[in-house]
Design a protein around this ligand. Sequence first.
Ligand SMILES: [Fe+2]
Ligand SMILES: [Fe+2]
Length: 273
Amino acid sequence: MRILFLGDIVGRPGRHAVAERLPRLRERWRLDCVVINGENAAGGFGITESICDEILQAGADAVTLGNHSFDQREALVFIARQPRLIRPANYPPGTPGRGATVIETARGARVLVVNVMGRIYLDPLDDPFAAADRELEACPLGAAADAVIVDMHAEATSEKQAMGHFLDGRASLVVGTHTHAPTADHRVLPHGTAYLSDAGMCGDYDSVLGMQKEEPVRRFLQKTPGSRLEAATGPGTLCGVAVETDDSTGLAKRVWAVRLGPHLEESWPREWD
Ligand SMILES: [Fe+2]
Ligand SMILES: [Fe+2]
């Protein structure tokens, strides 16, 4: 199976890059499954129903979230009727939406997508390791699922690496999101799980985390109230990871970094072209 995961869409540049490039990539690489983190898709803060529809329309099979899940309050309502939009599974019981979903690919394969959020330098939610364990127990790779994708939305690389090893052999891919800067440590772990500490963002990299850079820079220089953070407006770059899984085990055979756009050195699975 061929899987593409893309990091946090930030504002219009990220949405445009996805809408412009993903339909062709899906065809060219014969992708079976595409998952994108959309927690910053609405101007950098959360996601709206129409933006979620737009991302799914462009070719995503599922959209994951993070600490910005409910910045747009309408997400509290529409997430209940959109099974392909998931928020971290370790939010407290009673939180709207779900933390995992199973999608069926065009070829009839079942892909479990799980979203969890780390607790270091983020809101302390329930234990993400226990939450991930529960979701994978309920839908095991090789039995109920033909592939398993885990989006570990976290700030600390240690917590993300620990999650990768904790789930090694039980997931096809464990990928970090949230920092908006891609890491270069993509690899297949010893028991067959593809891993990347952070997917980076889909957005304008001439920015601070996808936001217009002037105000963030000012906030580091002066500790006085300033203006609001606004998403940057330049051309967007797609960032994430591509994985090829073994059809019999669902584990990863190969993993590639994906970076397509004007600001970073480009990378993609050339073997798929
Ligand atoms: Fe983000
Ligand atoms: Fe985040």
